[in-house]
Write a protein that binds this ligand. Structure first.
Ligand SMILES: Cc1cc2nc3c(=O)[nH]c(=O)nc-3n(C[C@H](O)[C@H](O)[C@H](O)COP(=O)(O)O)c2cc1C
Length: 164
């Protein structure tokens, strides 16, 4: 079995989670920033990670989605400032699932990731960002060790589903 863990990360939170997922899977594997992925063929499972940006998937991910083949096994992971398990984070994962409509989604996972305090202050003044930016004030210690341990458990669970 061959796995790819790929991610986009602007400030390092999603990269931390990507590295934890990569460590947790004990199969043939590669870890690549999404812009370095040349071909998505040949992997039994691709873990795709992104930071939630404006309730959705960052535009940097779009070329990757275009390259997906029918029936490709995918699992999404993301980091976000808003509350874990909350509707703001779920919305972004739903966008990702929509973009990967041709793929087979084996799981989704999200944890909180800190946001620069000055950025929160600025974004809270903008109506479209206010809700998540308010929640993000409490994300300053994330991702933490518990988050990353949960990410590892998620990855092992996904791997167990491959080939079923
Ligand atoms: C431009 C921008 C937009 C963001 N939009 C959201 C959002 O809509 N919802 C949310 O929960 N977090 C949002 N965040 C917070 C990031 O998702 C969070 O800090 C994430 O962990 C960053 O990951 P990274 O370090 O891998 O870039 C936003 C951050 C930035 C910089």
């Amino acid at each position: 079995m061959k796995a790819l863990v790929t991610y986009f990360s602007q400030t390092g939170n999603t990269e931390k989670l990507a590295r934890a997922i990569y460590e947790a899977i004990h199969v043939e594997k590669e870890l690549l920033p999404v812009q370095d992925v040349k071909d998505t063929k040949g992997y039994d499972i691709i873990f795709v990670g992104f930071p939630v940006h404006a309730h959705s998937v960052p535009a940097k991910l779009l070329p990757f989605f275009k390259g997906l083949t029918d029936g490709q096994n995918i699992a999404f992971f993301c980091t976000h400032g808003s509350l874990r398990g909350g509707h703001l984070a779920k919305q972004a994962l739903e966008h990702a699932i929509g973009l990967a409509a041709r793929a087979k989604i084996l799981g989704t996972f999200g944890i909180r990731g800190k946001v620069d305090a000055k950025m929160i202050e600025a974004l809270m003044k903008q109506a479209e960002h206010q809700a998540w930016a308010e929640e993000a004030q409490g994300a300053c210690n994330h991702p933490d060790d518990d988050d990353l341990a949960d990410g590892k458990a998620f990855a092992r669970g996904v791997l167990a589903k491959v080939g079923r």
